[in-house]
Design a protein around this ligand. Structure first.
Ligand SMILES: Cc1cc2nc3c(=O)[nH]c(=O)nc-3n(C[C@H](O)[C@H](O)[C@H](O)COP(=O)(O)OP(=O)(O)OC[C@H]3O[C@@H](n4cnc5c(N)ncnc54)[C@H](O)[C@@H]3O)c2cc1C
Length: 605
């Protein structure tokens, strides 16, 4: 592949290419007739299975040559891989003499970053000798950004789902629906819950996180609806809604309608969005006076890292909906119909949502730690700015499950889908490069010395020049958008709040465009050998009109009426992100407006 790409490049530049080709052909015929045929390249993998004859001493061979008829067969429960013999490796044809090895990349989890990797490393774009396998415990993961609005009933329960299996099928990546429970770093073998085993050359982990305290706080798992696994949240919420609707129908005409007392544990973005989503969905069912929603926040104030203007705007939105926030409220225990705080106070509920923020998936992390993988005290996989493990170069991790060790000691980004998404394009470049890419030209990539390292096929596994790796510099701030459960949205960017129907429309557009990237009907027909890696992002924008005047832009961002064109406002936010002077100018006008509105009435953004 590397060879043929070089040929194409040469042909483009050299008018004598045809003569050169003929000469090369003669030389090849002479060569083939002089020697006996040797190993040939085979795209059909012939990995054979027997029981229990896999041997760790033979790892090198396993790493160098993976051959399988189908991965599905290989992954049959309790099967282990037999080492290919020399005879397996050698086949003969009459025309070609090339040697190559197939390398296997295993993707664990189809999270936000891996969705992009699966799409990009499709069969037409990836090196021919790169074999990719995806393992996820679900074939239809749920896109969290749309979940609060699914809870609110604005989206159907299936709208946030990603058809992972179908995406993998399009990409010709083997999909295994199973849960990974162990990754042996010495043997380089993954083990799943159903006791499947799969060797790999490189592995990338994007498994997300779980809800903090769900296991440790007694009763939390039994009596609450947790945010993780997120598709379970949607399902359990639908069940609870059905019950309420049935109760309400059977109560119609009687004097006692259902009274619901919802407690949301967690005062972060997910908890706040869910509290507004529940209210939006259930208030019409039980009536305004029969529902109360309380958010328990473990900090001494809500959103402690946000600006005062953002906090003020948030509290106003909650207050106008009648949502109560209790600060300094850490839950010690959950009983069937109440929870006990650290202070000893007991708070009753009919429904409790557990939205406590991210915690590592301890089951897998324990095994990774035992195998010597560098994991932080809190259980996150330690990676560098290329998403490569700091202890095992053949391990990559991204999204919630990793913590980044950044130059200058900068803090790892927070656990948010936004950062998991931005990791995608970096992994797309680095994973094949690590394995020795063979010929996909995705643009200019140079190492520290300015040398073109695009065709990394020359690199042997384990000798990869990591200076050619793409690195990621996390953005300090990002657009935070929360659905308010009633068709409006609240957002924060550049330290200022934005609010209104247009903010929800903006969130809806962003979320849908991300999901659209992976919908089967939007995926192009693949022509082998023609595609370069697709790293297109949901929010890519070109041909924007010239920026608005700063004062106009400031006024637009502060509007909360229904007539705001969200595209226009989005353009302003993008212009501000790209031009610091423009951003500062717009913010100056907003500061003035916020100051004067503070003098007059309560600030409404
Ligand atoms: C209600 C809610 C709303 C949110 N809204 C936003 C938002 O609007 N914007 C934002 O930036 N962030 C949001 N977040 C945070 C966001 O969900 C996470 O930061 C994001 O999902 C992390 O993505 P990820 O790629 O790390 O993992 P995930 O997207 O969680 O994907 C992990 C995948 O790995 C699979 N998996 C897990 N363990 C295993 C295993 N052992 N073996 C095989 N497969 C496994 C899972 O099935 C899943 O498919 C929200 C969170 C919640 C709870």
């Amino acid at each position: 592949m590397f060879c043929s790409t070089s040929f194409l490049r040469y042909r483009d530049r050299n008018p004598n290419f045809i003569q050169f080709q003929l000469l090369f052909l003669y030389a090849l015929i002479a060569y083939v007739s002089t020697f006996t045929p040797t190993t040939i390249y085979s795209t059909t993998l012939n990995f054979k299975l027997t029981s229990n004859n896999y041997n760790n001493n033979n790892n090198n061979n396993i790493n160098n040559v993976h051959r399988c008829k189908t991965i599905a067969a290989l992954m049959a429960p309790r099967s282990v891989a037999r080492l290919p013999s020399d005879a397996d490796e050698t086949e003969t044809t009459e025309t070609m003499t090339t040697t190559t090895t197939t390398k296997r990349l295993v993707l664990v989890g189809g999270g936000h970053s891996h969705l992009q990797v699966i799409k990009s490393l499709n069969h037409a774009s990836r090196p021919e000798n790169l074999d990719v396998v995806l393992i996820d415990s679900t074939d239809r993961p749920c896109y969290s950004g749309m979940v609060p609005s699914a809870v609110a009933g604005i989206y159907s329960p299936t709208e946030p789902l990603v058809d992972l299996e179908s995406l993998a099928e399009w990409s010709k990546i083997e999909f295994v629906k199973d849960r990974v429970i162990d990754i042996d770093m010495d043997a380089k073998v993954v083990t799943t819950k159903e006791n499947r085993q799969l060797p790999f050359d490189a592995i990338s982990i994007d498994i997300g996180s779980t809800s903090r305290g769900l296991i440790d706080v007694p009763g939390a798992k039994d009596y609450t609806i947790p945010t993780r696994p997120i598709s379970e949240l949607v399902r359990k919420f639908e069940v609870a809604t059905d019950v309420l609707e049935q109760n309400n129908n059977s109560n119609s005409g009687k004097s006692q309608p259902s009274v619901v007392n919802v407690v949301v544990v967690g005062g972060g973005a997910a908890g706040i969005e869910l509290s507004m989503g529940v209210l939006g969905r259930w208030k019409p069912i039980v009536g305004e006076t029969n529902i109360s929603v309380t958010v328990l926040n473990s900090y001494n104030r809500i959103f402690p890292d946000e600006t005062p203007a953002n906090r003020k705007a948030l509290l106003e939105r909650l207050e106008e909906r009648g949502i109560r926030v209790i600060n300094d409220a850490t839950v010690n225990r959950v009983d069937p119909d109440s929870l006990v705080l650290e202070s000893g106070e007991r708070i009753g509920f009919t429904h409790c949502l557990w939205a406590t923020g991210a915690e590592c998936l301890s089951e897998l992390v324990c095994s990774l730690r035992e195998h010597g993988l560098a994991v932080s005290d809190t259980g996150w996989i330690r990676v560098n700015e290329s998403f490569q493990s700091v202890s095992h170069p053949f391990v990559f991790a991204s999204g919630d499950c990793c913590t980044m060790e950044l130059p200058g000691g900068d803090r790892s980004p927070p656990k948010a889908g936004v950062y998991a998404v931005r990791a995608g394009p970096v992994l797309i470049e680095n994973l094949p490069r690590f394995l020795g890419r063979d010929g996909n030209d995705t643009g200019s990539v140079h190492n520290a010395d300015g040398v073109d390292v695009d065709n990394a096929s020359e690199l042997e596994l384990g000798y990869c020049d990591t200076s050619s790796f793409k690195t990621y510099v996390p953005q300090k701030d990002f657009l935070k958008l929360m659905a308010c459960g009633d068709g409006k949205g609240l957002g924060f960017r550049f330290g200022i709040p934005i609010y209104g129907k247009w903010v929800f429309e903006l969130k809806d557009a962003i979320d849908r465009s991300f999901l659209d990237l992976f919908q089967r009907e939007n995926l192009p027909e693949l022509v082998p050998g023609k595609q370069s890696y697709d790293t297109s992002q949901y929010d890519a924008s070109s041909n924007r009109p010239p920026p608005l005047l700063s004062i106009e832009a400031a006024l637009l961002l502060q509007r909360s009426d229904d007539d705001v064109d969200f595209q226009k406002a989005w353009n302003v936010l993008r212009d501000m992100a790209e031009d610091d002077d423009y951003r500062d100018d717009v913010l100056r006008y907003i500061d003035i407006a916020l100051a004067s509105s503070r003098d007059e009435t309560a600030c409404t953004v």
